[in-house]
Design a protein around this ligand. Sequence first.
Ligand SMILES: NC(=O)c1ccc[n+]([C@@H]2O[C@H](COP(=O)([O-])OP(=O)(O)OC[C@H]3O[C@@H](n4cnc5c(N)ncnc54)[C@H](OP(=O)(O)O)[C@@H]3O)[C@@H](O)[C@H]2O)c1
Length: 318
Amino acid sequence: MPDTIPSIGFGFWKVAREDAADVAYQAIEAGYRHLDCAADYGNEVEVGQGIARAIADGLVTREELWVTSKLWNTFHAPQHVEEGCRKSMADLGLDYLDLYLVHFPIALEYVPIETRYPPEWVHDPEAAQPSMRRAKVPLHQTWAAMEGLVSAGLSRNIGVCNYNSGLLHDLMSYAEVKPHTLQVEAHPYLTQDKLVRLAKDYGLQVTAFSPLGALSYVELDMAGRSDSVLTEEVVQRAAEAHDKTPAQVVLRWGVQRGTSIIPKTSKSERMRENLDILDFELSDDEMEAISRLDRGQRFNDPGVFTESAFGTFHPIYD
Ligand SMILES: NC(=O)c1ccc[n+]([C@@H]2O[C@H](COP(=O)([O-])OP(=O)(O)OC[C@H]3O[C@@H](n4cnc5c(N)ncnc54)[C@H](OP(=O)(O)O)[C@@H]3O)[C@@H](O)[C@H]2O)c1
């Protein structure tokens, strides 16, 4: 697999464990070659089973796949970074990753794998008042251990998620192995133009998570259906003009602005729909009109969800 991340990937967050093997297999069968996984998604064993079946059936070779996984917050201490990576690799059944990302710039106290895996956010779910427990691990120490994964051949590339421009400047001041990718939330309601530009200026590739915007967050009560960008007039008009669906227009906008996208779906017809966006081009006017929908609306914000869900106020963007 070349060093360039395939522009359309498949996201595994909230793919139910019992479906994940079939979903991974179907995604590869549909044509996805870039799979976005994470320890925290709780389904890497099953995704690995789907990958193994696809390889055994001759749908794809390991080398043709780009597999990303992510270091969870409780594994930030340098002595636990390799353990986190090796656990994801073992669960996925892979002897190398294409990309390993720091999932959040949030260090939490270590939870042994035997105690709970994935460890999630709360340190002790049985406590009278469950809460997160911060660990005093500077990000530069975590990064140095991430660099060790590349020299050990465990991951071909490393990168970060959910960094803002300040953290990215800081990372670039000490990184000896350059971060390959910045993965952040990006969609027409949160275009992140300055951050995307900065990452590219530094030579990073940018992956947009939650590329469809609110849709992923409705089931978590973190967004309402009315927050969906798919019903915006400019999106619907472009969909009609190009004989595509609104989702395809929004995903095409993401790719055409130079980010890779990793939409998730558990439905096989949508897998094909979300891949089928490379045979048309949005005009400059359409691109600009969709970009003008930006309203800085972030759905995945630790400053909001950590307090309500995990009893701890832990903003990172404010
Ligand atoms: N690094 C991070 O911190 C981070 C955070 C969030 C996400 N991610 C990654 O990014 C991936 C994608 O983000 P996401 O899952 O939050 O959101 P998303 O892919 O933008 O949206 C997924 C939602 O949209 C629906 N959907 C998918 N295709 C559709 C279509 N063509 N038409 C209408 N609805 C459609 C899905 O429902 P159905 O399943 O019912 O089709 C699901 O509810 C994740 O799976 C994960 O891999 C990373």
